[in-house]
Write a protein that binds this ligand. Structure first.
Ligand code: ZN
Length: 238
């Protein structure tokens, strides 16, 4: 029987190595565990990649077996090797899905895919209300008109991204800031989703509504058609 589960690869940084108690309180096991807990084993095959083993865990072979790569990075954006970022961008152009989470707005793969700086305004922290602005979109199915997060890092406009294909969610914060919290793109044959919630000191990824969005994002972003390579074939006239 063929494996019909969606292959999800989750990249995180080893934030517990930093010893910050607020991180351990929000994610007693690991940030990976928080994100991975959104994906039941009967429908998803989840693997882990970390900054500490990035050369072994993100390779042409592991990406070829990946339907959707989730990327959570913060402290080590600049340390991600350029060749690995290029490998990811190429694989997206061939059809792999890419989901950038929270501080991935500055990551090499996402900024490389979008061709913009990914800069935004930020502060710590406040209540967030997330509005569903594209109720027709596959990523918002089962998500209410709006939902609240009691604590989340404030990310505010202006957010330097290209005009999205769809703005699925908009966040509003207690200080009056607004932010395009969930945006989609297509790059080559691949689909890209950026989603703003998920600061490491708040247990956002254990929130059931957030987990539904992560599953929806994986289901939407998995390849519909995947190219073997990126070529410009020389063709004969018909
Ligand atoms: Zn953060």
């Amino acid at each position: 029987m063929t494996n019909i589960r969606t292959n999800v690869l989750i990249y995180t940084e080893d934030i517990h190595a930093h010893g910050d108690p607020s991180h351990r309180a929000a994610y007693p096991i690991s940030l990976h565990d928080g994100i991975a807990s959104a994906f039941p084993e009967d429908r998803y095959n989840v693997r882990a990649a970390e900054f500490g083993n990035i050369r072994e865990s993100i390779t042409p072979d592991t990406l070829a077996e990946t339907d959707v790569l989730f990327w959570w990075g913060h402290d080590h954006h600049a340390d991600v090797p350029d060749d690995i970022s290029k490998l990811i961008i190429t694989e997206v152009q061939k059809g792999m899905g890419f989901v950038g989470l929270h501080s991935a707005h500055l990551s090499k793969p996402l900024t490389g895919l979008l061709g913009s700086s990914g800069t935004l305004s930020w502060r710590m922290s406040d209540k967030e209300r997330i509005w569903t602005t594209a109720p027709f979109h596959p990523i918002s199915q089962g998500i209410p008109e709006y939902f609240d997060l009691n604590d989340e890092e404030v990310y505010a406009e202006p957010f330097d991204i290209p005009t999205p294909e769809d703005t699925v969610f908009i966040g509003w914060f207690g200080g009056g800031e607004v932010f395009r919290a969930g945006v989609t793109y297509r790059r080559g044959y691949g689909k890209v989703f950026y989603f703003q919630p998920g600061h490491e000191s708040f247990p956002t990824f254990y929130n059931p509504t957030i987990q539904q969005i992560l599953r929806n994002a994986a289901d939407w972003a998995k390849p519909t058609l995947r190219r073997n390579g990126l070529h410009c074939p020389n063709v004969k006239p018909m």
